[in-house]
Structures are given as C-alpha cells and as structure tokens.
Design a protein around this ligand. Structure first.
Ligand code: AGP
Length: 609
C-alpha cells in the first residue's frame, strides 16, 4: 500500500527511482511520481495511473540529478489524480515530500496553516506535512522534520528533501515500514526490500520513532528525541534479486503457486530436528501448551482464513479453546484476553496495521504473542514474543498463495507439536501425523501438474459467470472462504463461501440454472453430509464442481466437474484442496483479462486501518 523510494549517489537518480517503484508495484497504487534535485530546483513529475504513464512523462523531461525520491500512491485522502499524487511541496517548493500512511489530525493542521496564509493545491493529508515542515525550516531539514513529526498523529513513513540542502534525504518512520539500502558511495531508501535488492543486500530497517539523515557516503539515524543511535544493526538479506523476478512465468501469482512445494519444504525442514517437530527456535517452550488456557488467532484476509482452518484442528485434537477473529474487529472490542492467552497473529507482510494493533492490545492485557509471519524484521515480528518465520520467500502477487500455504503448514506444525504434549494422544499417532506432513510438498507438486489442464477447461466455463458459490464443511468451509476470496480479488467475479449446511437457511434461494457451485469435499469423515448439500444445489440447476479425494464414492450424475486429490490424512487434505482453488482463480482471471498481480483497489501490504 503506497511505495516510497529514494536514491542518493553518483548515478542519475531518475531511472533508479523508476526501477525501484516498478519493483514496488505489487504493493498496489493508482498514481506515481518522482522528484529529483536539479541544479536550480527540484524537478517533479507525477501522474495518475500506472507507472508506464509516469515513465513516458519522465522521458519528455531531462533529469540530471543524483538525488531524488519517488512514490506510488494508493488513494486515501482525495481521489487518484495528477494533483493528489506525490511528491508534494510547500507553497514555495522548498520542501518536497512523499508519504505512506495517514495523518489523522491533518484537518486541524490544515486549518491552522490556512489561517496563517498557506494555500493548498491538493486534497491530501500529505501536502499539509510539507507546509508544516516549511514553517519550522531554518536551513536544517532534520530539525524541521523532527519538530513536525512531534505534531503529527497517525501513521507515517516520510521521505523529505529540501531545495536548499541538496546533499541529503531525511526519512522518518512511525507505524509504516521504511528501509535503507546501503551501497558504495550511494544509498537507497524504500518501503520494502525488493525495491533495491539488485543493488544491495545490506539494509538498515528503521524502527518506529527513528529519523534518518541519508547522504551518499553515510547514514546517521536518530531517535525522535535527537539522540544519535550508535551501532544500529544492519540486516543482511538472503533473498536474491532473482527470487523477486517472474522467472519466465506470465505472472508472479502463477510462479508463486508453483513455488509452493519448495517453500513448504523449506518451512518444514526448518522446524524438524531428527525427524521430530521442534519449534523451540521460535521461542516457544517445549511444553508450551501447558502455559495457556486459551488461544486467540487474529489476522486479516487470507491470513485470517489460515487461522479459521487452524481453529477446527487445534480444538479437535488439543482440546483447548480457540477463538479466531479478523483483526479490525478484535481491536475495537473488549476481548477477554489475559496472561493465560496465547495470541497467534498471522501476517505475510508483518506490517498489516489492524493485525499490529490487535497484537499491541493483547500484549497490553498480558497475553503472550506468537507471530506467524513471512517478514523478518517486520513490525509484527519485532513486537511479538515468539515468531515462526514462514520461509515462503518474497511473495509479490497481491493474491497470497504460497504464504497462505505456509501459514496453514505452520499451524499444522503447532498442531502436531501440541499433540506430542497431550497424554491422550499416542506417540505413534503423532509420528504418523509428522510423516504425513512431510509427504505434502511432493503431493502438492504432482497435483499442481496433474490438475492444471482440467482446471483451465473449467475456468473457460467460469469467465462469463456473474456469481460463483463455494461450499464446504469444517476445514473445507475455511477453504471455501479462501477459494472465494482468491477468485473475487483477481477475476472481479462475485464469489461467496457458505458452510454447506447453512445454504438452506437462505442462500439456496440464489441457486438457479447454470450457477456454478464449487463443493469442497476433502474431508472423508463428513463427505456424505457435504454431498447431500451438493445434491440440493444440483436439484436446483447448479453447475457443480466437486473437489474430493480419489476413490471417493458418490452419485456421479450430480457432479458436472470433478477434481480428485491424492489421499492423505483428512486434517492435512486442506493443503491439497487449496491448490485447484488457487489455479481456478488464476485461470479464470486470465480468461477475464484482468491485471492478475495487481488487482484494482487492492494493496499487498495494508499499512492503514
Ligand atoms: C490475500 O490474497 C489478500 N490480498 C489479503 O487478504 C491479505 O491476506 C491480507 O491483507 C493480510 O495481509 P498480511 O498477511 O500481510 O497481514
């Protein structure tokens, strides 16, 4: 959600800024702009729409400058337009700024500045910050920015330049990520690591309440109180630039779907020790289950769906109460959470604003927080007491696939590790579960290959549909939720998920001739119940797709399309059933001609609430 880039060094800044923004496209945006320090002035080009538009606009201008900042904007205050795009300036174009986040008190500040004679060009909260900095500016940009942030409420990552001080970029972080890439006689600024991976693997991760003075040959980082931070830790990133490229796939999403066997294997191997699950590296005690009387799982979107699935399994096997809730609800009620609560927050990006706020709320009330996240050094990783890293590698497509798989797998690891601690579950059963888990990556690989053509054929049939329903029971219901979300977010076809048994309490009224219904039947234990619901929709004209394990017995006349899954432990079959759902969403969106990796209105990292 919004992307910031910055460059200071000996090379021309504009192409480096544009390339950095390109790498951040996945975050989601509706306009973009750059500002470069030229001899006499700061030159700004900004444009509503995709980066290609900005690029052709920059080609009409000549940029020589070696210092600059850039931005992709995801509109919050004011519609997407050239004027509302970043960078913004004060009245005299002395101060130039890009911003991620939301300034909550911008109205009050705007009134105050307007009364003092400031005139605003845009509807954004960001422009107010540029004006405020100019009121404090007295030939020392860092001090002016520092005074400004003391007046700001909300979340922000800022990159600021001054026309007077061409040799520096000032960057600030509060509740919105910002990293500084360190090079030889050049330094980079970005809201996420992939922006500059091809230039460096050495980064400073700014913490909340830090302000950086970035020059081409040095970076000084201060606290908001002015103290210089000595010996700030540098982070070495092990991903290479290649990992964040498409590598011949038409879309990142397809590449990421096909990476799942490898990334899942990485997670499992990382948490196995001599064939046994060992989660102690996360900070969990060996007998962690004894320390808690309940579990709260809190997350958003796809990450929430992984938690919804986990609730069924953890309660069934471990007999511990598990609540699962979307973070934006959890944070604004008064949940019963205390020192006996294990709070599990799940987040690919590790920066989701609502999840972070829920984490802080639970911590304040005494809960222990375990994060399942893909992002080392993210805010959620740093603020949690314990962390299981998902090890999915960079996930660029907005629609999450391989991170979801590893979220679910991380819950499987917790499940089996918990089973080991329960006296009523034999060592043999725990060992069988562990060995089933290890089989998953290879089974997923085969299934993705084998089901591809069949799914493409079904997707050809879906592209003109207006509504598609997904049904399932138990963990299969949570897969239905994820399948429906995946389809709607990238194909824009309306899709809804229902617990199969709930259909006849209202939704069945929407089923008519030709409406597709995807029935998830991966769980052999309740297959017959699911199949009765499938027959109900078939009787009303639905076009049915059944996803179930091979050799399952049923009346074939009720099933229009069938996808068979290899047979595995019913509790782990979900990670097989999700593969056809991901591919179905992908190929349907491909047929619809949509922008698969960057669906409209959506952002990869949702850093505002
Ligand atoms: C996934 O396909 C979605 N784009 C979205 O629901 C996502 O899972 C959600 O925004 C949470 O993100 P996080 O995992 O980074 O916290």
């Amino acid at each position: 959600m919004c992307g910031i880039v910055g460059y200071i060094g000996d090379k021309k800044a504009a192409p480096i800024l544009l390339a950095g923004l390109k790498k951040l496209e996945y975050r989601g945006y509706d306009s973009a702009g750059i500002a470069v320090q030229e001899k006499k002035a700061v030159k700004i080009v900004k444009k509503e729409g995709k980066l290609d538009k900005l690029k052709s606009r920059t080609e009409e201008e000549v940029f020589y400058g070696r210092t600059g900042i850039g931005h992709t904007r995801w509109a919050t205050h004011g519609r997407p337009s050239d004027i509302n795009s970043h960078p913004h300036t004060d009245s005299f174009s002395e101060i130039v700024i890009v911003h991620n986040g939301i300034i909550e008190n911008f109205r009050e500040l705007k009134e105050e500045l307007s009364a003092a004679g400031h005139q605003f060009k845009s509807e954004t909260d960001t422009e107010v910050v540029a004006h405020l900095i100019s009121t404090y500016y007295d030939d020392d940009l860092r001090t002016a920015v520092n005074k400004t942030v003391e007046r700001l409420e909300g979340s922000f990552a800022l990159a600021v330049m001054s026309r007077q001080e061409k040799d520096k970029i000032i960057a600030v972080r509060k509740d919105s990520p910002l990293i500084i890439g360190l090079g030889e006689n050049e330094n980079f600024l970005a809201s996420d690591i992939p922006a500059y991976l091809e230039h460096t693997d050495n980064f400073y991760i700014l913490e909340d309440g830090e302000i950086a003075d970035i020059r081409k040959d040095k970076v000084n980082i201060y606290k908001f109180n002015g103290d210089l931070i000595v010996n700030k830790n540098k982070t070495k990133i092990s991903w290479d630039a290649e990992m964040a490229e498409k590598q011949g796939y038409q879309h990142f999403m397809l590449k990421e779907i096909h990476e799942q066997p490898e990334s899942l294997k990485r997670l499992l191997e990382d948490n196995l020790n001599g064939g046994q699950i060992d989660l102690t590296a996360s900070g969990l005690a060996e007998d962690w289950l004894d320390n808690y009387d309940k579990i709260h799982i809190v997350a958003c979107g796809t990450a929430y769906h992984s938690g919804a699935l986990a609730k069924y399994l953890l309660e069934d096997k471990l007999r511990i109460p598990v609540e699962v809730e979307v973070a934006s609800e959890y944070r604004y009620r008064n949940p019963i959470v205390d020192a006996g609560t294990l709070m599990i927050v799940v987040s690919q990006s590790g920066e989701t604003a609502d999840t972070l706020a829920a984490l802080r709320l639970a911590k304040k009330k005494g809960a222990s927080v375990l994060a399942l996240t893909n992002s080392r050094d993210s805010s959620i990783a740093r603020e949690s007491d314990m962390v299981i890293y998902l090890k999915a590698g960079p996930e660029i497509a907005v629609a999450s696939t391989k991170a979801y798989t590893n979220m679910v797998a991380a819950f499987y690891l917790l499940l089996v590790d918990g089973m080991r601690q329960r006296d009523n579950i034999s060592d043999q059963i725990t060992a069988e579960y562990t060995s089933d888990l290890i089989k998953l990556p290879e089974m997923i690989r085969k299934l993705s290959e084998q089901s591809k053509e069949q799914i493409q054929a079904i997707a050809n049939n879906y592209e003109d549909k207006e509504n598609i329903f997904f049904i399932g029971r138990n963990t299969d219901y949570t897969l239905a939720l994820e399948g429906a979300l995946k389809l709607k977010e990238i194909s824009y076809i309306h899709a809804e998920a229902y617990p199969a048994g709930e259909l006849k309490h209202g939704t069945l009224a929407l089923i008519e001739e030709g409406v597709p219904v995807v029935a998830l039947g991966s769980r052999a234990d309740i297959f017959s119940k699911l199949f009765s619901n499938l027959k109900e929709v078939k009787a009303r004209g639905a076009e049915t797709l059944l996803i179930t394990e091979e050799n399952q017995k049923f009346e074939t006349e009720s099933v229009d399309h069938l996808i068979e899954l290899p047979i595995l432990n019913k509790d782990f079959a979900g990670l097989l059933a999700i593969i056809p759902l991901q591919l179905l969403a992908y190929y349907t969106a491909l047929n619809c001609g949509e922008d698969i990796d960057q669906p409209r209105n959506l952002a990869k990292s949702v850093t505002v609430e």
